[in-house]
Ligand binder design. Structure first.
Ligand SMILES: Nc1ncnc2c1ncn2[C@@H]1O[C@H](COP(=O)(O)OP(=O)(O)OP(=O)(O)O)[C@@H](O)[C@H]1O
Ligand SMILES: [Mg+2]
Length: 310
């Protein structure tokens, strides 16, 4: 099958190639000392999962990663910016009881953000959400600085967390733009259907525009989801995704399609909680470890840049 899609320039988002020389000094060398984020007193790393295509696994990825980070001892904040409230429901929140939602936080001028958090699991706080059309309209109608509302709200509490994971709706509305403005890394879950790359140019143009105006350091990582090893089409789609973005932007970890993943969500849990030994848990743990490495490399690069400027 021919690759019918061509990417706008994503080259500038390319990850640094790991150093092959075996030194331990440079920022990207895999042999460098294994510093972890915890204990370094750094600001939280913010991951935003986004794709305007619905049902590609954004919420599932955020939910399971949030649980993985929290269980590993990272002070984790999960943010549900989707008024469908799937992340909140998936983590066990009763949507009918919610008054303090992420959307309400964004339209309020000076709220106490910590009041909006729910303690969901040990080390895991959630800024929840649920349907509230009136508030969504108010957010869309805001004229001034609408895209930096979340950044402003999060700024004072970022030192309280090691990692923030944001789930977004399947649309490029104000909430999604806010989530991109504040992110260090955008994860684009890409399912294994033949429509996986449709609309991707539009998404990348939006990311490029936000990167230019608000967030020049924003990085892109693409994640293959719903992958079935036994289907040739899935392998072809993966190949197309790698050609479209370039292999350096595509995460090595792959989330396969397993019924257990959806069953766990129905039980209001991540599959990593409900089935410790399942292959799906293995997939999410692999992804968690890959992202952890990304965070550590990023921190080393920042440290290297700082020491050059000192
Ligand atoms: N790896 C997987 N294997 C099997 N089912 C999955 C997998 N990942 C997600 N699902 C199921 O697919 C459906 C869509 O997943 P999810 O809600 O995470 O997608 P989404 O991108 O957040 O959707 P939306 O765009 O509507 O927010 C859900 O029912 C979920 O349980
Ligand atoms: Mg979702």
């Amino acid at each position: 099958m021919q690759n019918r899609y061509s990417a706008p320039s994503v080259v500038r988002y390319a990850r640094a190639t790991p150093c092959q020389s075996g030194c331990t000094a440079c920022a990207t060398c895999p042999a460098a000392p294994n510093t972890t984020l915890k204990g370094l007193g750094s600001m939280a790393h913010i991951f935003t999962a986004t794709n305007a295509k619905g049902g590609c696994g954004k919420t599932t990825v955020v939910l399971n990663l949030a649980v993985c980070f929290a269980r590993a001892g990272y002070r984790t904040l999960a943010i549900d910016l989707d008024q469908q409230g799937n992340l909140s429901a998936g983590l066990g929140v009763d949507l009918n009881q919610l008054n303090c939602t992420a959307h309400r936080l964004l339209i309020n001028e000076a709220p106490e953000i910590r009041r909006y958090f729910l303690e969901i699991r040990p080390n895991l706080k959630l800024l929840p959400n649920t349907i509230d059309i009136e508030v969504d309209d108010l957010l869309e109608a805001k004229k001034v600085n609408r895209e930096v509302l979340l950044r402003r709200q999060l700024k004072p509490i970022l030192p309280d967390f090691d990692v923030v994971l944001i789930d977004t709706p399947p649309a490029m509305r104000a909430a999604t733009v806010n989530a991109l403005v504040v992110a260090d890394t955008v994860i684009i879950p890409t399912d294994s259907s033949s429509f996986a790359l449709l609309g991707m140019n539009q998404l990348l143009k939006t990311i490029a525009a936000i990167s230019e105006t608000h967030n020049p350091a924003l990085k892109i990582l693409v994640l293959t989801t719903m992958f079935n090893n036994r289907q040739n089409l899935d392998k072809i789609i993966r190949q197309q995704v790698e050609e479209f973005f370039g292999p350096s932007l595509v995460l090595e970890s792959i989330i396969h399609r397993y019924v257990g993943v959806a069953e766990a969500t129905a039980m209001r849990k991540g599959v990593v909680e409900s089935s410790a030994m399942s292959p799906a848990t293995f997939d999410f743990m692999k992804l968690f470890n890959e992202l952890k490495r990304e965070m550590i490399n990023e921190q080393k690069r920042e440290g290297a840049v700082e020491s050059i400027h000192r």
